[in-house]
Design a protein around this ligand. Structure first.
Ligand code: IPM
Ligand code: SF4
Length: 425
């Protein structure tokens, strides 16, 4: 291939299409891995069989490159969900596709955890937060079920190679401020359309000082600024995480943006004085420093989701709670994002402690994040959530209010029963 400066995204699309391509080019790309789940999977399967109609062999392009998971409605919360699970199980078993089935956890946690994500890969999933795997230097993006039907049949999809908007972040994150505060700050700054159809790239010393769980939080929310992907250049931290999950994994230093590549924009941030951030109802870019909303009464606090449902997140929340009781007016719901993360939470003694405090710890799933299986908010109620979206009615009644925050802010607020600056506890 020709040697010209390329962004990470351009490099991945060049590999996937077999020729050197630049932002703005239209390509037909080979997909390295396709993920689908219990809610969006059934329509993709229906579409697949429509494409295959009349053909003798109704086989997917490569069963080894497809992963199915159930996470949004598990355990089945309705007859409809149970029927969807049956349909997906049957499809997986007929086609020989890996199906993690009921209790493995939220797709975006399980995919990297089980070694399905590698730097330089082109990954698609029928879920908007598929951009999360950008944390590993993969170009991963969400698509609709009908596009997925085509991928299941052919293993290919067309793309317009996106421009790259680079966020260069420098400075040490202050105490009690974490990657969730940073990504909320960036989204608040550029707005929900700030990175529309672009590959957002999170770069700079602050990002490279983060461990994988923190990076996953950042990339997960790239879609909330309109990003098609949320890339982070893989480094030794990425390599270590992947070596623990993929036998013989070795990082290829090629998978990074060239220094002289064309970026649509490079935005510089120094976050040494960043305050904890909160996204206020009803949009993710309605971001304010916690001090501006402190004192807002909350009815329910949800700590979980693909954004902040890892062990480290629960630990941050527990540290913020410390030895304090939980406020009487608050229902604290904790949902570790996967079985693996749940077991870490269990071994640390947090499940017992939370139960003693009057909170509940639910089995791994999306939980209240999008008003699924349980934990819906009623009329006039206010929820505080470590997830990624606070759209009107998303967690229950259209007359409820959802604020998004970091696990530490969630923990501090659980103690007081109102939105609380974690630096005050
Ligand atoms: C159900 C699914 C289509 C949806 C998504 O694509 O993101 C969900 O995961 C969400 O977070 O809103
Ligand atoms: S946890 Fe929430 S954001 Fe993540 S996949 Fe599930 S519903 Fe979507």
């Amino acid at each position: 291939m020709e040697k010209i400066p390329l962004t990470l995204s351009e490099k991945i699309f060049s590999k996937a299409s077999g020729k050197t391509v630049k932002a703005g080019d239209f390509v037909t790309a080979n997909i390295d891995c396709a993920m689908t789940h219990d809610i969006t999977g059934p329509l993709a399967v229906k579409g697949f069989y429509e494409i295959m109609d009349g053909k003798d062999q109704k086989r997917v392009w490569d069963p080894k490159k497809i992963v199915i998971l159930f996470d949004h409605q598990v355990p089945a919360d309705s007859l409809n969900a149970a029927q969807n699970h049956i349909l997906m199980r049957k499809f997986a078993s007929e086609q020989g596709i890996l199906n993690y089935d009921v209790f493995e956890g939220v797709c975006h946690q399980v995919m990297p955890e089980k070694g399905h994500v590698r730097p330089g890969d082109l990954i698609v999933g029928t879920d908007s937060h598929t951009c999360a795997y950008g944390a590993f230097g993969a170009f991963s993006t969400g698509l609709g079920s009908t596009d997925m039907a085509a991928v299941l049949a052919t293993g290919k999809l067309w793309f317009r190679v996106p421009e790259t908007l680079r966020f260069h972040v420098d400075g040490k994150l202050p105490k009690h401020v974490c990657s969730k505060d940073l990504i909320l700050h960036l989204i608040g700054d550029v707005g929900v359309e700030g990175a529309r159809y672009q590959a957002a790239e999170f770069a700079g010393p602050t990002v490279h000082n983060m461990q994988m769980p923190e990076r996953m939080t950042m990339s997960n929310m790239a879609i909330e600024m309109g990003g098609k992907a949320g890339l982070i250049e893989p480094d030794s931290v990425t390599e270590k995480y992947l070596q623990e999950r993929i036998a013989g994994f070795k990082l290829d230093p090629y998978w990074k943006s060239d220094i002289d590549a064309d970026f649509s924009d490079v935005r510089d941030y120094d976050i040494s004085n960043l305050e904890p951030q909160v996204a206020c109802p009803h949009n993710v870019d309605n971001v304010k420093p916690v001090t501006e909303v402190a004192g807002t009464k909350v009815d329910q606090i949800f700590v979980g989701s693909c954004t902040n449902g890892r062990f480290e997140d629960v630990e941050m929340m527990m540290n913020a709670i410390g030895n304090n009781p939980i406020a009487k007016n608050v229902r604290l719901i904790v949902v570790p994002a996967s079985r693996t993360e749940y077991m870490k939470v269990l071994r640390a003694g947090y499940v017992e402690k939370l139960m003693e405090l009057g909170a509940i710890v639910e089995s791994p799933c999306c939980g209240p994040c999008m008003g699924g299986s349980f934990g819906r908010l009623g009329d006039g109620e206010t929820g505080l959530s470590t997830s990624n979206r606070n759209f009107k009615g998303r967690q229950g009644s259209p007359n409820s209010f959802v604020y998004l925050c970091s696990p530490e802010t969630a923990g501090a607020s659980a103690v007081t029963g109102e939105i609380t600056d974690p630096r005050e506890i």
